[in-house]
Write a protein that binds this ligand. Structure first.
Ligand SMILES: NC(=O)c1ccc[n+]([C@@H]2O[C@H](COP(=O)([O-])OP(=O)(O)OC[C@H]3O[C@@H](n4cnc5c(N)ncnc54)[C@H](O)[C@@H]3O)[C@@H](O)[C@H]2O)c1
Length: 320
């Protein structure tokens, strides 16, 4: 399969790139390196430093190569930042994303796998199904949903799978690529920072309506997610379709449980305090992945919290 990957210098796009290359597929990456790193880009991938909205430069790439499937990862992903600067997210994730897909369609490229987020569901108190009501709580998931809706309107002309990722964690098994260790905006990275660099850790609120008062999330290992990308790309190549799949294991862990498990991997325990609740934090986010499993026969390999945290910690230690 000949694939085009936007955002392939980022965390998930680079892991998927390596996963595909390991299995004999061809990978071309376009990324403007705004948050990604050239170090993440696999040596065997063709790389172009281009913005997804740069129609002319991307068309040149289209003339050179014929792509079977496009994976669209490129986006800004910092929820907190999106609350302060919603326009930045609307512009990069929706406006530029739309320009990119229109350019693909104009050039008769119409098989897409789009990276969306579980944050489009907003707050729910049970496992979510793809048909549940969508209530994004901030500009980041709103921008991702707007692009989902754009693709939905084009469904007659494209074959497309939208993947709503839950909380992605861990790193490539060979530690060739992974998350940005300098941008502390998720729980696991903050734990790595606290555990390795002795920074104080903050639990943002412990009075939520959950079993121990802290929010609950469904953590999926990035390599299991990479496998989902290959399986879904195979599907859209075989048959024209438009589907939305949740990507998670179907069970969640609270912030307290994660902290406890993480501490068991460290010599010195993490020093922590209880901070204020953050307005845009979702209380419970757990996938019902049955639809994904029914269509793709996906079987996760790394559904193990200990492994997921160890893998994240190893990547962090290697890159600081
Ligand atoms: N990390 C998660 O837990 C998570 C969860 C849900 C959904 N997602 C989605 O997965 C995708 C990838 O996320 P990630 O964690 O790998 O993020 P990342 O920041 O590591 O990677 C994003 C990549 O896109 C590139 N990029 C951004 N804007 C661009 C533009 N205009 N033109 C070209 N390149 C651009 C960046 O340089 C970066 O390399 C995103 O679409 C995100 O919304 C991620």
């Amino acid at each position: 399969m000949n694939t085009l990957i936007t955002g392939g210098a980022g965390y998930i796009g680079s892991t998927v790139s390596n996963y595909l290359i390991d299995r004999g597929h061809q990978v071309t990456i376009i990324d403007n390196l705004s948050t990604g790193s050239i170090k993440n880009v696999p040596k065997k991938a063709a790389f172009f430093k281009i913005d997804i909205s740069d129609t002319k430069k991307i068309e040149k790439v289209f003339y050179e190569k014929k792509f079977d499937v496009v994976f669209h990862f490129a986006a800004f992903i910092n929820n907190e930042e999106s609350i302060k600067n919603p326009q930045k997210y609307y512009q990069n994730n929706f406006v530029k994303g739309k320009i990119f897909f229109e350019n693909c369609m104009k050039n008769k490229i119409n098989k897409f796998v789009y990276s969306s987020t579980a944050a489009v569901y907003g707050n729910k108190d049970k496992k979510v199904n793809e048909k549940d009501q969508l209530k994004p709580m901030s500009a980041y998931p709103k921008s991702k949903l707007k692009l989902e809706n754009f693709l939905k309107k084009k469904r007659k002309h494209i074959s497309c799978i939208i993947l709503r990722y839950f909380n992605v964690a861990g790193a490539d098994q060979k530690l060739r690529c992974g998350f940005n260790v300098n941008k502390g905006y998720n729980l696991i990275l903050n734990l790595c920072l606290a555990g390795v660099k002795n920074k104080k850790f903050t639990i943002n609120g412990n009075n939520y309506k959950t079993k121990d008062g802290t929010p609950i999330r469904d953590y999926i290992h990035v390599e299991d997610l990479a496998k989902i990308h290959l399986l879904t790309a195979n599907l859209i190549q075989k048959k024209k379709m438009f589907k939305v799949f949740n990507c998670g294991y179907g069970h969640g862990f609270s912030v307290n449980q994660i902290l406890k498990k993480f501490n068991s991997l460290l010599k010195n325990k993490i020093d922590y305090k209880i901070g204020k609740r953050r307005n845009s934090d979702i209380v419970i986010s757990i996938a019902n992945p049955n639809k994904l499993i029914r269509y793709t026969k996906w079987r996760p390999k790394f559904n193990n919290l200990n492994y997921i945290l160890k893998s994240s910690l190893s990547w962090y230690r290697k890159n600081i």
